[in-house]
Design a binder for this molecule. Sequence first.
Ligand code: NAD
Ligand code: UD1
Length: 333
Amino acid sequence: MRIFVTGGAGYIGSHFCVAALQAGHDVVVFDNFCNSDPGVPSRIARIARRPCSVVTGDVRRKQDISNALRSAQPDLVVHLAGLKAVGDSVARPLDYFETNVGGTACLLEAMKEHGVHRLIFSSSATVYGQPVELPLKESHPLNPTNPYGRSKLMAEWLCDDFQRAEGNVSIVVLRYFNPVGAHPSGGIGDDPVGVPNNLMPFVTQVASGQRERLHIFGTDYPTPDGTGVRDYLHVCDLAEGHLAAISRSDTPGFVTVNLGTGTGYSVLDVVRTFERETGRAIPVAYGKRREGDLAQYYADPARALHLLNWRARRDLGEMCRDAWAWQRGSSTE
Ligand code: NAD
Ligand code: UD1
């Protein structure tokens, strides 16, 4: 298949592109590189041993997408381009709605114009908000608590309404839990700008000596060890989840699917596993809860298994080892 990947140079997109090329698909990366390095597509090609095409463009500009789809003529679009930082979304909500909602609207319009009928959309488990029941099923109420989450939910609604109106379109919405780790080659990985917000990149930066210690946000949660619990999944498993969605998205319809492992790990579980797997000490400081954080968040991944025949295969140890291999490689470049 010929797959058009918006945001293909980003953290998750680059791993998906490698998996798609290795599975024999042709890939066109569409990205404005606002949060990624223009050198990433050549790294993707090096790992996959096959080139991908690259179009520099912006999803907020209908003309950019339309021109790119006209020349690429893809069978399917994977839409990952978006803004994703929760704190940043509180500070500049309009940018998040413009990119995540407006960008999706431009894409859908251009897909309609060029007769592209299949879409895989990157959403987030954050659309559920405060859990009413765990594990989180796709039928859980949707109540996001920040502008980022609300922009993702609005984009989901847009996709749903578009599918109903068009009828012959297939849209799979993937709700990711906490992707971590990197490609085992060490050639691509998460590359946050500035101080990382997320746990795993912070841990790897402490391990490499870039930061003195990890601040653990909260020790009094109602969890087994008092620290927050999340559903971490290896980014390569996540990439393979997209391939599974592609091979089962040939019938018209709209469906939402969680991509997670179904297992929750605490912050201390991550720290201890990282130390054990890498032999590096992670000094920690125990501190207050981070505003807006939730105690526990993990998926019910049953629908992914049932509908997509997908389940995560890599464990927390592999996530830690691959995150560390990437950090070591990128800090010595
Ligand atoms: P990322 O920032 O690494 O990748 C996003 C890519 O989109 C970047 O290459 C960026 O340059 C590009 N982009 C942003 N705005 C664009 C625009 N207007 N036009 C064209 N390209 C644009 O993020 P990621 O972690 O790879 O996330 C990919 C998608 O998955 C996002 O939509 C994000 O909301 C979603 N998601 C991510 C996570 C996570 O933990 N990383 C969790 C849930 C959902
Ligand atoms: C964050 C985002 C969420 C996004 C997810 C995956 C917020 C409020 N939510 O969620 O929308 O989908 O990332 O990218 O930002 N922790 C520490 N110290 C740190 C960093 C994190 O103790 O320096 C703890 C957190 O309190 C949490 C866990 O580690 O318990 C995971 O944090 P993080 O990686 O930021 O993910 P989420 O909080 O799940």
